[in-house]
Design a protein around this ligand. Structure first.
Ligand SMILES: Nc1ncnc2c1ncn2[C@@H]1O[C@H](COP(=O)(O)OP(=O)(O)OP(=O)(O)O)[C@@H](O)[C@H]1O
Length: 252
């Protein structure tokens, strides 16, 4: 079976600046993989290229066995239909109810009738525990609820891969932990592959099957392994990242 994502010899940059060089990795179906590393190492750059927002300089990005790089418009649309994206801001439409935010992609990209769309959208809301908030507007929800609604919208078209850009940003630790549980549950119950850009150690430990650590100096992957293995790494760059934000242990 094809991996969900296979990246080979990827080179990306902005203008005349090279950011990532010769990056290769693959992610299996149902895996939760976090992309981490210090500020400016290229996490968002990698994400933006994986979701087809920008073409790489060279290399290959296969999404469920289909080559994204150099694909024609029609193939590209079909490939991108297999992915769902939650941007850091959540990017819900503020003038629409939560339900309408989720029905929008369904009515834009599916042939379903209005009743089926309504039913499916409510199912997605139930998946993230927001079925009772269908008629609320984003501004009427807490930050954590807005993130869950944004995940429901990213899941609207039943993507095989879900990309989440810093889902915990701006959330308190308890709400962040609840969101982590949701992410893990989605991978386990829906079989969806999930790629998360985050630098929250607690989240990485809670959700990731594996983590890809990028490094600015080498412009690429310094390590790729389970969080437990990375935490024990003898590589100074990896261990300093993992030891920099050890959670407080309070004895009681
Ligand atoms: N659209 C863009 N145009 C030009 N330069 C960019 C663009 N996006 C990112 N960069 C530059 O690429 C480098 C890597 O940025 P990127 O946002 O990928 O890092 P990051 O690891 O996600 O950082 P952070 O953790 O701070 O968000 C930075 O120097 C940034 O200024």
């Amino acid at each position: 079976m094809n991996p969900s994502i296979a990246v080979n010899h990827l080179y990306c940059g902005w203008g005349d600046r090279s950011i990532l060089e010769d990056v290769s990795f693959s992610i299996e179906k149902g895996e939760v993989v976090t992309i981490l590393g210090g500020s400016g190492c290229g996490k968002s750059t990698l994400l933006k290229h994986l979701i087809g927002l920008y073409p790489p300089r060279s290399g290959s990005i296969q999404i469920v066995g289909n080559e994204l790089v150099g694909s024609n418009y029609k193939d590209r649309e079909a490939i991108l239909r297999k992915i769902g994206v939650m941007y850091q801001s959540g990017a819900l439409f503020g003038s629409m109810s939560i339900l309408d935010n989720i029905t929008l992609p369904l009515s834009s990209f599916s042939e379903l009738d209005a009743i089926a769309i309504d039913t499916l959208a409510r199912l997605k809301l139930r998946l993230v525990g927001l079925e009772e908030f269908a008629d609320f507007f984003p501004s009427e929800l807490s930050g954590g609820m807005q993130k869950r609604a944004a995940i429901a919208r990213a899941m609207a078209l039943d993507p095989q891969i879900l990309f989440l850009d810093e889902p915990s940003a701006g959330l308190d630790p308890i709400t962040s932990a609840e969101l982590d549980q949701l992410i893990r549950r989605l991978a386990e119950t829906q079989g969806v592959t999930i790629v998360v850009v985050t630098h929250e150690l607690a989240s990485i430990a809670a959700i990731a099957d594996r983590a890809i650590m990028l490094d600015k100096t080498i412009k690429g992957i310094v390590a790729i392994d389970t969080p437990a293995a990375l935490a024990q790494s003898s590589d100074r760059r990896v261990s300093s990242f993992f030891n920099a934000q050890r959670p407080l242990r309070v004895e009681g």
